[in-house]
Write a protein that binds this ligand. Structure first.
Ligand SMILES: O=P(O)(O)OC[C@H]1O[C@](O)(COP(=O)(O)O)[C@@H](O)[C@@H]1O
Length: 310
């Protein structure tokens, strides 16, 4: 019988926190499948992005679930980046409620990204201190891919909406993968390609991938595009910056949690010079260029793109 999240996580506050996130993800997943909230809102988030109704809905669903858990002291999100009380004790949780706003209308896979720290604030900490991080993928299947600090590797669970008398909500999440390595392999997911106009290092790197017949696999959704590196066990994802196309990805809500996942699965992460897990968190609104993938691929990114424009 497949292991479930119920038996994978030891009893305790982290299990309660992950359970709250799964309950929210189940609700968001059903919202998306019903096509709810696709319309734009007049409001913008703290990063100045126009918000979709479903962005704000997902943000509220996660906030409510974390409040109900009683184990979360502080939350902040891409839709509302200010750290704010969550009424519980124990963790600080940072999240991007719905990553891929620009591709929801095209019905591509999107996701929720989260990072958990055992403290009341993220400020002054680093991603390497997180106790757990990961993402929910809302594609043909709804899946959770995450890692915890006191367990090896990264793990994936698929949501099977079964209801039986003696099962808990976490029993609906069945183990379907363990990720132990990300090797070199010819798969590339090149974000912010328009920055190749004035980022010559990135231009040369893209030419390298193409002249070495790398396979292009890019949807424009960070969650499915990074998650594929774990599933395929190979390749490279990047979203570099340039003067004309500055960094857009949010360090705390997107870059660090996915770096935690990739590095637990044996891959590497970088901002062009250091691991994203070694960048001190000085605020909740920082952006960064990113690269994730096999050791060799990330080293090539650092050598050819580096940190010129971030
Ligand atoms: O269009 P680009 O520059 O390739 O960047 C796409 C990136 O921006 C994002 O859409 C940003 O995410 P949001 O949808 O949360 O704003 C990522 O999912 C994706 O990887």
């Amino acid at each position: 019988m497949a292991q479930t999240l119920e038996t994978f996580l030891p009893e305790g506050s982290l299990k309660r926190c992950i359970e709250a996130l799964t309950e929210a993800a189940e609700e968001i997943s059903s919202l998306l499948r019903k096509g709810a909230g696709l319309g734009g809102l007049s409001s913008v988030n703290t990063f100045g992005d126009q918000q979709l109704q479903v962005d704000v809905l997902a943000d509220q669903i996660i906030e409510t679930a974390l409040q109900r858990s009683g184990v979360v002291e502080t939350i902040c999100s891409e839709e509302n980046s200010k750290e704010r009380p969550c009424g519980g004790t124990g963790f600080a949780v940072a999240y991007d409620p719905l990553d891929g706003s620009s591709i929801i209308d095209t019905n591509f896979a999107v996701g929720t990204i989260f990072g958990i720290l055992k403290d009341g604030s993220f400020i002054g900490h680093k991603g390497r201190e997180f106790v757990a991080a990961g993402c929910f993928v809302y594609g043909p299947r709804t899946e959770l891919t995450f890692a915890v600090s006191d367990k090896e590797y990264a793990h994936q669970f698929i949501f099977i909406p079964t209801v039986s008398e003696d099962s808990t909500s976490l029993d609906r999440w069945k183990k379907n993968h363990i990720f132990t390595a990300i090797e070199s392999g010819k798969l590339f997911a090149p974000g912010n390609l328009r920055s190749t106009v004035d980022n010559i290092g990135y231009q040369k790197l893209v030419n390298y991938w193409m002249s070495n017949k790398y396979q292009l696999r890019y949807t424009g959704g960070m969650v499915p595009d990074v998650n594929q590196l774990l599933i395929k066990g190979k390749g490279v994802f990047c979203n570099p910056a340039s003067l004309s196309s500055p960094a857009k990805l949010r360090l705390l809500f997107e870059c660090i949690p996915l770096a935690f996942l990739i590095e637990k699965a044996g891959g590497r992460s970088s901002n062009g010079s250091v691991s994203l897990l070694d960048i001190p968190i000085t605020g909740t609104e920082e952006r960064s260029q990113v690269c994730y993938g096999a050791k060799e691929e990330v080293e090539r990114f650092d050598a050819m793109v580096g940190q010129m424009f971030s």
